[in-house]
Design a binder for this molecule. Sequence first.
Ligand SMILES: Cc1cc2nc3c(=O)[nH]c(=O)nc-3n(C[C@H](O)[C@H](O)[C@H](O)COP(=O)(O)OP(=O)(O)OC[C@H]3O[C@@H](n4cnc5c(N)ncnc54)[C@H](O)[C@@H]3O)c2cc1C
Length: 361
Amino acid sequence: MNPDFLIIGGGIIGLATAFRLAKEGAQVTVVERNIVGAESSWAGGGILFPLLPWQYAAAVTDLCDLGAARYPDWVASIQASSGLDAEYWNCGMLVLPPFDTDTAQIWCHQHQWRAEMLSARNYLPEMTDIDALWLPDVAQVRNPRLIKSLRGAVSALGVQLMERTSITALAGDTHHIQHLDTTNGKLLAGGYITCAGAWSQGVLSDFPPVKAIKPMRGQMLLFKSHPDLLKQVIYRQGIYLIPRMDGHILAGSTVEDVGFDKATLPDTRSALMDTAFELLPALRTAKLVQHWSGLRPGSPDNIPTIARHPDVDNLYINAGHFRYGVTMAPISADLIAEVILGKTPGMDMTAYQWNEPASVP
Ligand SMILES: Cc1cc2nc3c(=O)[nH]c(=O)nc-3n(C[C@H](O)[C@H](O)[C@H](O)COP(=O)(O)OP(=O)(O)OC[C@H]3O[C@@H](n4cnc5c(N)ncnc54)[C@H](O)[C@@H]3O)c2cc1C
């Protein structure tokens, strides 16, 4: 029997969409070119908060606020279904200058994030005595663990995962998709949902208006230390350190417009290491265990598209979450499911429509 929905792409957005639709009782198949969760969703840092959110449009911060607020319950239901810990951790985040402290504090107050200016030395004893913004309610999740847990949860709900299967074409006319052509034959369903991350524009190229989504590379380093070395996310001028519960520490990340190129560069490794050691000198004794890169689904102003195609009645998109797809996943999945199922979405969807393309900055 054909499923109700075929989801193109098994990153966090595709899996979260499958989880929500399956909970509604739908038959869902996720078609993934590689194995699920091996692209941007694996590579990301998992901070559940935008970096300097006061610099973003409300269309971004609204989704991030709602996503972050849903995380504890969302992760709990995924873990209950899969039995696997996603390592959700309310660890807090320290933002070091330079940034506009007045604007930051006003934004935090308006968005009901607790925030306090304090000496950076409270958390980084070797730092010079500067004022920093402490955000005690910022949480993180360990991406690879979340993906494993989500995988188990959707499987427990009967979602079929077709891995190592690439979509080669969406076959249909200007009003309706008939089937998908894949490397494993033809697939049919009632509705088709594109969650192909950085590859979404290519997947949808025969169905204008073309989406302006393109890859934006991020390189990341992973150190192995001990759990007491760092217990908060630290951010300064585009670079962050993220501690994991077992003593691993991530240092990232770059934002590079280099196409579908996942190379990791020695110069970038040196630059990231220098910044990481400046922020946390004790990290010099830690072992560098990995250097990787991932391709974020870059979109204009970081605003994802969560919508039905304007003309094709059974084609949907949930993609283009750029720097905050992990944070936005629970709310973005809820919203696309509400659109698909004909329910009234819980928020104004104007900003997330399938409009004419704009260029990615
Ligand atoms: C270095 C880095 C740090 C990040 N840090 C954070 C952070 O701290 N917090 C945060 O919220 N976000 C962060 N992000 C962003 C976040 O990871 C992404 O926004 C999110 O993972 C996007 O999820 P996705 O499912 O849309 O894309 P992906 O995970 O890339 O999944 C898309 C999937 O589609 C599949 N696919 C593509 N084409 C086809 C096809 N033709 N047929 C079948 N399958 C196909 C791909 O193989 C892939 O598995 C970071 C990203 C990076 C790279």
